[in-house]
Design a protein around this ligand. Structure first.
Ligand SMILES: [Zn+2]
Ligand SMILES: [Zn+2]
Length: 349
């Protein structure tokens, strides 16, 4: 199937129109016409080559929303016209303990990422959502709940699940004290989701500049990491801290804020984080952990949760040809919202 998207051809991260083929439908495949595609910070990192060499040309995008265009002969869950989504993975072995445990992101053979990974059968490089169409095996297709606004749902597929999964794993409930470091694409979703779970949420940021935004999202306020007095006063005040900052930073300032048995979960930054002080961890049985997206079943759960609680990411709609400008703005700093590409702005001709 011929399609068109925007691809990076080198680590310069300059995205240009790119015509390519999607595979012929296998019997368990769903072909999707993409309507909206979220812009994730990791798209930028990946095309920049920050996380290692990439198989260019590369079409990024793993927050995908659209409608089913056709299905393979053995597909039972989806039919033409259904509103569907695809997130950060498109395949896994389906046979190991992690896959059986619905944690395909931790598949023992490695999950197949939505872009930049070799397809498990053909070996060709997977290409992501900055395109008109995608073909994905049925097991990795999500359903958009009825009545949900498609134009605002895409960021749930990465920013949403990445923050929802640790909130669930660490048992956040009514009255839980949750801190969220950073108020970007991930952070603002963490706040909305934790608030909907009944938690008391505080945003942690360098300054109180975004206090109004934080409160509008449902947080109690901002704890400024530069305010020594406030940081000292907040010792032992949190059960869980979700760290969404996408760049290297010192986490030692935050661990003392956890109560006994509290956990700080890193979801934003991939790579070395500097020297870790074990003192607050030992004196308080505090934990520092990480978490990667979520399984397919849990991704469906967060979509359903957002539909039920009327939660949407804050989205700024852009045209496909504004993507390079959007990347620049992402690089310049956090915004408490997500860019979403209106794929109808990409002309197939
Ligand atoms: Zn992402
Ligand atoms: Zn597996």
């Amino acid at each position: 199937m011929k399609t068109v998207g925007y691809a990076a051809h080198s680590s310069e991260a300059n995205m240009v129109p790119y015509h390519f083929e999607r595979r012929e439908l296998r019997s368990n495949d769903v072909a999707i016409e993409i309507l909206y595609s979220g812009v994730c910070h990791s798209d930028l990192h990946t095309v920049n080559g920050d996380w290692g060499p990439q198989p260019y040309p590369l079409v990024p995008g793993h927050e995908i929303v659209g409608v089913v265009q056709s299905v393979g002969a053995d597909v039972t869950q989806y039919k033409v016209g259904d509103q569907v989504a695809v997130g950060c993975m498109v395949d896994s072995c389906q046979e190991c303990d992690q896959c059986h445990n619905h944690e395909e992101q931790y598949c023992r053979e490695g999950m197949t990422g939505t872009y930049g990974f070799p397809d498990r059968i053909s070996g060709e490089t997977t290409q992501g959502g900055y395109s008109k169409h995608i073909v994905v095996r049925e097991e990795f297709v999500l359903r958009i709940p009825e009545g949900m606004d498609l134009s605002k749902s895409a960021p749930i597929l990465c920013a949403g699940i990445t923050t929802y999964s640790p909130l669930r794993t660490w048992g956040v409930k009514e009255g839980s004290r949750v801190g969220v470091i950073g108020l970007g694409g991930l952070g603002h979703m963490a706040v909305k989701l934790a608030v909907a779970m009944g938690a008391d949420v505080t945003v942690m940021s360098r300054s109180t500049k975004k206090e109004t935004e934080a409160k509008a999202l449902g947080a109690k306020g901002i704890l400024a990491s530069t305010d020594e007095e406030a940081m000292t006063a907040a010792a032992n005040a949190f059960d869980l801290i979700i760290d969404t900052v996408p760049t290297a930073h010192d986490i030692n300032a935050y661990t003392p804020l956890l109560d006994v048995d509290g956990s700080l979960v890193i979801v934003g930054q991939v790579g070395p984080t500097g020297e870790l002080n074990s003192m607050p961890m030992i004196f308080g049985r505090r934990r520092v952990a990480g978490s990667l997206i979520g399984g397919i079943a849990e991704t469906q759960e967060v979509l359903d949760f957002c539909a039920k609680h009327n939660i949407y990411p804050e989205c700024e709609m852009i045209q496909m040809d504004q993507i390079n400008e959007a990347f620049k703005r992402l690089e310049q700093g956090e915004m408490a919202h997500r860019f979403v590409i209106d794929m109808s702005s990409l002309d197939v001709a």
